[in-house]
Design a binder for this molecule. Structure first.
Ligand SMILES: [Mn+2]
Length: 293
């Protein structure tokens, strides 16, 4: 049934163009908690609070894209392996039906499940992951700071992606460990890092030129953006992407490459500010508009 009063306008997944998959999962977060509440806060904003009209395309995106929502429930009750297998299976089923899956976290670890599903449908070497993030997330595990080390930790998510064979382009990076530095400095690993606060900020065109594949996946850790825009997140770092720079980068990337999947993670709703969930919802709606226009 269509509901034109909401951006989430299609109840039936099988009829949808886009399926938003909520993955409320937070097991390995390293400082402030709360990302388990991210998906619901984002969905609430998408449901009733955003303007439908896209001022770039002069159209209401929800009048020509069918958008559905699948909630995987509270994944914190499961083991990390169990939670990731649930995410992987949900993504796999939907992408095999040619649905565009937009995964909502949760901590960044949720993306591993999606990457695993994606690597079964595409040759990973043909899909560049464009990562907006303050952190590289290239650790082999979180053993250097956790009492319960895991190689499925949020700080290891891009290392797992790299091992699956995906080329990676990281944007907004402003902190990393010695181990991560060694990993991305090795050209064999195919990780291109654009740092903020360390030399000149690149043009968006330069970043797009370094996406060498036809296919593109976008993973947005909201802490990649400046904390003025995205204050509600688990591991904030000052001085991130300016809002319109981020939008320009995303829009250009989708125009020049074929977007096959996306996720947005690490939204940790704050008591006194709804800025982060509004921003995340707007990014999702903008990505869908640019993909389906
Ligand atoms: Mn991060």
């Amino acid at each position: 049934m269509r509901n034109t009063n909401s951006i989430i306008n299609e109840k039936n997944f099988t009829k949808a163009d886009v399926v938003l998959v909520s993955a409320a999962y937070e097991k390995t977060a390293s400082s402030r908690l709360g990302t388990v509440n991210g998906p619901k806060a984002i969905i609430d904003c998408l449901d009733k609070k955003l303007e439908f009209f896209d001022r770039k395309f002069k159209k209401e995106t929800n009048s020509f894209v069918k958008i559905s929502h699948k909630n995987l429930g509270n994944l914190n009750k499961l083991s990390p392996e169990g939670a990731l297998s649930k995410i992987r299976n949900a993504c796999k089923t939907l992408i095999n039906k040619d649905k565009f899956v937009f995964l909502l976290g949760g901590e960044h670890a949720v993306s591993i499940g999606y990457f695993q599903a994606l690597s079964k449908k595409y040759n990973s070497k043909d899909v560049t992951i464009l990562q907006i993030d303050a952190h590289c997330d290239l650790r082999d595990s979180d053993a250097d700071y956790s009492d319960h080390p895991s190689n499925l930790a949020h700080s290891a998510v891009m290392r797992r992606a790299s091992e699956l064979g995906f080329p990676i382009v990281q944007v907004g990076i402003r902190t990393y460990s010695k181990e991560e530095y060694a990993y991305f400095s090795n050209p064999k690993n195919k990780v291109k890092v654009y740092q903020w606060g360390h030399g000149k900020i690149p043009t968006t065109e330069e970043i797009i030129r370094n996406i060498k594949t036809k296919y593109l996946y976008i993973t947005i850790d909201v802490d990649g953006f400046d904390s003025a825009h995205m204050p509600g997140t688990g591991t904030p770092v000052q001085g991130g992407l300016e809002w319109w720079y981020g939008i320009d980068l995303i829009e250009k990337a989708i125009t020049k490459r074929v977007l096959v999947g996306a996720d947005i993670v690490e939204v940790s709703p704050q008591r006194d500010s709804v800025l982060t969930e509004y921003g995340a919802a707007q990014l999702i709606y903008t990505i869908i508009a640019n993909k389906f226009i």
